[in-house]
Design a protein around this ligand. Structure first.
Ligand SMILES: Cc1cc2nc3c(=O)[nH]c(=O)nc-3n(C[C@H](O)[C@H](O)[C@H](O)COP(=O)(O)OP(=O)(O)OC[C@H]3O[C@@H](n4cnc5c(N)ncnc54)[C@H](O)[C@@H]3O)c2cc1C
Length: 401
């Protein structure tokens, strides 16, 4: 706690961990990662669906995912990366949209095929209720990953070069002119203090407090990024929004050979350790840090009707679990990455909504380049700078779930 850091990353989720690895790989010294709970119990990196796809509308999102996928392919067995593809179903209004998306993806070098309803039936025989389906796309290099293995992979690569500061929160950011000079950290007195801080922003009383000098600070606090940004006087347009998933057992269908399936209703589902994991984003879900999980009600009202509308074999499902986690959503549904406007040594990488896992590798590499060299080299992410919301240069992502 007496140390100073060249680069201090706040938030040790998938993004903070990837950035730490990228910096360490580039020979960076004096890196710290501080997190109120490095085990990540409430973090989005712990509570997601593990989907990986290059299937996006915005070129920058396609590129972020594609570059990450190329890396995941190299370490596939270590991080449980399975390229079993994404099937995306389309309804009545879909034909033109499919063409546009296929063209966009092919332009960026990604493989994607258009499937007719007959081909869908043949390749996915359990989908026996295709009323209203006009076709679909299948992207074979997309798939599923184990997010915990991936986060630990990043951390392991960076392990010896990084101070991992656990059970500690940032409670003040001390700025002089355009630079962050110091931050005040508070070590939580007890494990029971983690939850009230992350859920309600309640600061614990007691605990060791210290001020640390930092030469560069990075906000990688995911859905908590707006709260940290307030400490340096910024009003972030990002909102935290609850997302829920259900896990079910289905005796009739084994999805082990398939990747992710996305229905016209917005429901997505895939195989998960012998069960089925399904998620659905309730429209108009109110903003806020909420983890209350509606459990059976969510399954009965949102998941089961949509699944059974696609397959007679999903009529008999047994819910065996589920959870809720947070999306950090920016106004255009694309991530915010880059230097924070008005600061020389303050950077940010957050607001990945439903794609932080799949874009984590490329995002970490690119931000490390920007921090160390002052410019992007591998992939240009300047379109994702937070200043775009002031300039009206939104990167509206339409394939957001
Ligand atoms: C239900 C669900 C399904 C999803 N499905 C997918 C998917 O299929 N594919 C995909 O790619 N993405 C998916 N996502 C999104 C993905 O999980 C996130 O984009 C990603 O995990 C964000 O990572 P992060 O590192 O930015 O944030 P987090 O993992 O949330 O990490 C932020 C960290 O910051 C810490 N922190 C916060 N405030 C402070 C503070 N003041 N001081 C110190 N530490 C602090 C927290 O403890 C936390 O560990 C899903 C998310 C949810 C909720």
């Amino acid at each position: 706690m007496e140390k100073s850091y060249d680069i201090l990353i706040v938030g040790g989720g998938i993004i903070g961990s990837s950035l730490a690895m990228a910096l360490a790989e580039r020979g960076q010294k004096e890196i710290g990662v501080v997190d109120v709970d490095l085990s990540g119990r409430w973090s989005s990196s712990e509570r997601n669906a593990g989907g990986v796809r290059a299937l996006w509308e915005q070129p920058v999102n396609i590129n972020l995912s594609s570059l990450s996928i190329s890396f995941f392919e190299k370490i596939a067995t270590q991080v449980g990366f399975q390229q079993k593809g994404y099937l995306w179903l389309y309804g009545e209004a879909g034909s033109e949209t499919i063409d546009k998306r296929i063209t966009g993806l092919k332009k960026d070098g990604c493989e994607i095929a258009r499937l007719s309803p007959l081909e869908i039936e043949r390749r996915f025989p359990f989908l026996d209720r295709l009323d209203g389906i006009t076709g679909g796309t299948f992207s074979p290099h997309d798939g599923l990953i184990n997010p915990n293995l991936l986060k630990n992979y990043y951390r392991d690569q960076a392990f010896t070069e990084v101070d991992w500061i656990d059970r500690t929160l940032v409670e003040e950011v001390i700025v002089e002119g355009e630079s962050v000079k110091k931050i005040r950290l508070r070590e939580l007195p007890a494990e029971k203090d983690i939850e009230p801080f992350l859920k309600e922003g309640m600061l614990p009383t007691g605990g060791t407090v210290c001020e640390i000098e930092v030469r560069t600070l990075v906000n990688a606090t995911g859905a908590w990024a707006p709260a940290l940004a307030k400490l340096y006087g910024q009003d972030l347009p990002t909102i935290p929004v609850r997302r829920q998933v259900s896990v079910m057992h289905c005796q009739e269908v084994d999805l082990a050979h398939y990747g992710m399936i996305v229905d016209t209703s917005g429901l997505y589902f895939h195989h998960e350790a012998g069960n089925i994991l399904a998620g659905y984003s309730i429209p108009l879900e109110p903003a806020g840090v909420r983890f209350d999980d509606k459990g059976s009600d969510f399954f009965l009202q949102e998941i089961w009707p949509r699944l059974s509308a696609r397959s007679s074999q999903f009529e008999r499902l047994k819910r065996v679990g589920g959870w809720s986690g947070l999306y950090a959503i920016s106004p255009d549904k694309s991530a915010i990455i880059g230097r924070v406007e008005g600061f020389a040594n303050l950077f940010e990488a957050h607001s990945f909504s439903g794609r932080g896992i799949m874009q984590s590798y490329a995002a970490g590499q690119a931000l490390a380049e920007l921090i160390q060299n002052g410019k992007y080299q591998t992939i240009d992410l300047s379109a994702l700078s937070g200043i775009r919301f002031k300039d009206g240069r939104w990167v509206q992502e339409g394939l957001h779930l």
